[in-house]
Design a protein around this ligand. Sequence first.
Ligand SMILES: *Cc1c(COP(=O)(O)O)cnc(C)c1O
Length: 359
Amino acid sequence: MIIPVTQPFLPPMEEYNNRIAKLWGSKWLTNNGVFVRELEDELASYLEVTSLSFVGNGTLALQLALKALDIKGEVITTPFSFVATTTAIIWENCEPVFVDIDSETLCIDADKIEEVITKKTTAILATHVYGIPCNVERIEEIAKKHGLKVIYDAAHAFGVKYKGKSILEYGDISTLSFHATKLFHTVEGGGIVTNLGPEMDKQIKLLRSFGFEDECYKMVGINAKNSEFHAAMGLCNLKYIDQIMEKRKVIADTYDARLLKHFVRPSISKSVDYNYAYYPIIFETEQELVAVKEALDKKNIQARRYFYPTLNELPYLQSYYPCFNSEDISNRVLCLPLYSDLNIKDVERIIDLVLGELK
Ligand SMILES: *Cc1c(COP(=O)(O)O)cnc(C)c1O
């Protein structure tokens, strides 16, 4: 039996079928239908934000965020994230400017941001990597001082709170991914949350739908909508999200109990309500990582090198920005399997295999 690094939660099939049966009745399959609106309301309420726009995926969410804020020129960003964080910037004809990560949280090192601000800098796009919040207070301070927009790639941060409030309340826009591999999923899907008020929220909804509204083509838009089928999956899954997180916490605690004394882990401040989105461990050397990964592979256990390589070394970049911590840590970090249906016996077996390879 294969143990993947992650596996999507699936709701009881009849719950999904019951919802889908309604679509056979209404024949309203997409274009802001009943389920899309219901999901947007339920997500906004669950995540404790005023509103949320459901879109096709998390990459489109990033592109729309950059477009809605009219971001041009240079965008300061993190090298330690999924590739979409960088490519969204390039796709929007902006230049990514990489700032190294903090070696403890693995998020962008806010104290190094000011060093790279130029006249062309317009925004900061940072990732709450593994669901660990960026230094949002320092970033806000810098953004205010220099007149920069702030976008958070919150693809890993579903349900995360910082100092008791939603992490999505920081920055101008936060984007989410509801891809099947993520903590909460709609098969494919993404979300956009803005803190700039109802006008910006309307603008985002207009952009995702060809710029078309009230029989008028109001602006250049794109098709970033999502369907009733995807929304139905989200509505079914959302009912179970607290259970999903609780199970993941038990697994993470089981890993912690035996692995913490052997590995460095990214540090999560006490002010954070964490979501257990990933379980990364940092090895002393890449050699050790490779040995463990191979030992797991032999047993059909698929640990993954998230995030490797570091994004400042992507082959299609114009300039090279050295990022020592990110280059170093991306070589030594491995994510162990973590999903709600993973059973504890298998977790113990994975731990045995990992520890068995250590010298
Ligand atoms: C998954 C992910 C995305 C992209 O989301 P998709 O829904 O797959 O397009 C963007 N950023 C980060 C950090 C991610 O992990």
